[in-house]
Design a protein around this ligand. Structure first.
Ligand code: ZN
Length: 672
């Protein structure tokens, strides 16, 4: 794109952003797959703020072509599709609106399906079946010329889903014709009344088409001079250089400066495409358009070479791992990350309960506090999914529950009624924490993920020991931010600047504690930092989690906490205050992961959740200096009435005992 067009796009996006008010929600029903009138009945019954369902991008239109060929009104596939009958979709969206629910559609950015030889799917749709009534004039470019290409001219393709015997392809997100097709599809969806989009498949394969060649040359030219290009990438003459590879994600054994640069280009190009199609074009049509994107924080193989099993997979998994901090989720309303399927992480013997507190804290921080969620395909632990999400400041539920299961319907309704009644407990609110765990994003941007293991170990130990903590991204570090905490933990100091080293030293001189795991790699010295070696950390994480307590007693004496096993998690938020209010309100959340896991023949869905209640739990919350608790109340979806709790006011803290929780308790503390 020319500098003039980029400048124009930036101005338009800014103008659209000024008209756009971010949309907050926590009650969501998301469904990936077939929706019908029964889904509409369910939505009417449980009353979410948003429903996320139905396909509206290239996958819908790929299916339209197949459906027309077969003479059917619906074609639901594992990749998308839906009712060809657009009037039905329009009526469904209108019905959601009558119910007070916003409708967010799924929209594929880059992965249509079909068969170029027959042609079928996206290829037949664009070339032969184009719907001028809904989408405007037919594109002049053939579908095949918009697809991602390999160096030999063949198309990037995958045959995982094999819809109707075809395969999956990638539209090239650098290709202006593909972007134009996406814009028309977005317009057609907005015409149907949808309130927003959750963008799926925001991924780039190693396309080397002419558009990518030009775009990558411009990218390199803006970042490196001729000498650097030669030294780093062996490029002698950028203007005439032909790239045989411009990769997306890569595995550790393929790592190089060039592979990393290509990944940065890929993620920036995906964001360019997203911004042009949705922030500039679609929000230009509908300023209140709600936007998010379906990302991944795990590798689908679960054990990619060079990567840790499980979450926080980066260079071969996360769609935004090397995107600059100032563009991360920019202009979007919610954050959505998949960790795969929850059952992969439910290993009580390893003290892992498919609990995602650390991931949620990271997403909350990365998204600047906007609604966030972890997609884990949980069709059993309905109460727990919702409880964990809202206890960490996020929304629920992303894909998982079976809406046709009566027990699921009942659980969702009970919870959503509770959240609806008690919205003020959750919003507006900000985390109330005593410690910060630093995520070293800059290391990932250097292609280094070594710190990730210690970050996860520290995070799990803090969670298990009920420390009130936040994840703090290194790019967000400031003295004001540090002053909110008493303890800051750094898995690595390799990427700190001299100023940041001084800032942390100052934080220590003001009474704060700083703990560093891997000091050797650091160039900056932090005066007074405590060294806690990675080796010691590995020895106690995760099974011997209680052995972390003496360290915490030393680093964070007199901290908030509670007496319970690691099967209960603890978080706390402070509610937003009006300027004149003298009262401060805090809400502590307890989530209980203990449940009966024994299999039962013939039982599925929410009936299998079977939480085992726990209690009583003594809790202590340190209050801000000069404030005293006036009232402590337990709220829970499990009890219809709030319960007043007896409490003891110490000099700087309040203590109380929570009699019993089944899955969740929200304890409201009013203080002055
Ligand atoms: Zn391309």
């Amino acid at each position: 794109m020319s500098p003039f067009l980029i400048a124009l796009m930036t101005v338009t996006i800014q103008l659209n952003a000024e008209k756009h008010k971010p949309f907050w929600f926590q009650r969501a029903c998301s469904h990936y797959g077939e929706i019908d009138d029964a889904f509409g009945d369910y939505i009417e019954g449980v009353r979410p703020q948003v429903v996320i369902a139905g396909f509206f991008g290239p996958n819908y239109w790929s299916a339209v072509s197949y459906a027309r060929g077969k003479g059917v009104k619906n074609l639901w596939t594992s990749l998308g599709g839906g009712p060809v009958d657009r009037d039905w979709l329009r009526a469904f969206v209108e019905r959601s609106h009558r119910n007070g629910t916003k409708f967010i559609g799924l929209f594929s950015l880059a992965k249509p399906y079909g068969d170029p030889d027959k042609p079928a799917g996206i290829f037949k749709f664009i070339d032969n079946d184009w719907d001028e009534k809904a989408l405007g004039p037919k594109p002049e470019t053939r579908a095949i010329d918009m697809m991602a290409k390999k160096a030999d001219g063949s198309l990037w393709t995958e045959a995982v889903y094999r819809i109707e015997g075809g395969a999956e392809y990638w539209g090239c997100i650098s290709n202006p014709h593909w972007r134009d097709v996406l814009k028309r599809m977005a317009t057609a969806a907005i015409d149907l009344g949808v309130d927003g989009f959750n963008i799926i498949f925001p991924q780039r394969q190693g396309c080397v088409c002419d558009h990518c060649q030009t775009s990558f040359r411009q990218w390199l030219d803006s970042r490196y001079n001729a000498a650097q290009l030669k030294e780093l990438f062996k490029i002698d003459d950028l203007k005439n250089h032909k790239f045989s590879v411009i990769n997306g994600w890569y595995e550790q054994e393929e790592a190089s400066d060039y592979a990393l640069e290509c990944l940065k280009f890929s993620q920036a190009s995906l964001k360019d495409c997203y911004d042009e199609v949705f922030l500039q074009h679609a929000r230009g049509l509908k300023p209140d358009l709600i936007l998010g994107q379906w990302n991944h924080i795990y590798r689908s193989s679960y054990q990619g070479p060079g990567q840790l099993a499980g979450t926080f997979a980066q260079l071969n998994a996360d769609e935004r791992c090397v995107l600059s901090s100032d563009r991360w989720g920019l202009g979007e309303d919610f954050v959505w990350y998949s960790i795969g399927n929850w059952s992969m992480y439910d290993k009580p013997d390893e003290r892992s309960f498919a609990d995602f507190g650390l991931e949620r804290k990271y997403l909350y921080e990365a998204g600047g506090g906007k609604p966030s969620s972890v997609k884990m395909d949980d069709n059993v632990r309905i109460q727990l999914t919702i409880a964990e999400s809202v206890a960490y400041g996020g929304f629920a539920y992303p894909r998982g529950p079976n809406y046709k299961d009566p027990a699921t319907q009942k659980a969702v309704k009970t919870w959503f009624d509770f959240l609806h009644r008690h919205e003020q407990l959750f919003h507006p609110a900000t985390p109330y924490s005593e410690a910060a765990l630093v995520w070293n994003r800059r290391a990932v941007h250097r292609g280094d993920t070594l710190h990730t293991a210690d970050f996860k170990r520290l995070g799990r130990l803090l969670t298990k020991n009920h420390v009130l903590y936040d994840v703090l991204i290194d790019d967000n570090m400031s003295l004001d931010r540090l002053k909110q905490y008493r303890l800051v933990l750094l898995p690595s100091v390799a990427d700190l600047t001299v100023d940041e080293g001084a800032m942390l030293s100052k934080f220590i001189s003001m009474g704060g504690k700083v703990v560093v795991c891997n000091p050797a790699a650091g160039k900056q010295s932090i005066t007074g930092a405590i060294i806690f070696s990675s080796k010691t950390l590995q020895a106690i994480s995760p099974v011997a989690w209680q052995e972390f307590e003496p360290y915490l007693d030393d680093w964070l004496p007199g901290r908030s906490g509670m007496s319970a096993l690691d099967t209960v998690s603890f978080t706390c938020f402070e509610q937003g205050r009006t300027p004149r209010s003298k009262t401060r309100k805090f809400v502590a959340h307890l989530v209980n992961y203990h449940r009966d896991r024994r299999p039962v023949v013939g039982v599925s869905g929410a009936d299998l959740e079977r939480p085992i209640p726990t209690g009583q739990i003594p809790v202590r919350v340190v209050l801000p200096q000069g404030t005293k608790a006036r009232k402590v109340t337990l709220h829970s979806a499990e009890n219809s009435e709030p319960t007043k709790l007896k409490f003891d006011q110490e000099v700087d803290a309040v203590s109380f005992a929570v009699p019993k929780i089944v899955v969740h308790g929200a304890i409201e503390i009013e203080a002055r």
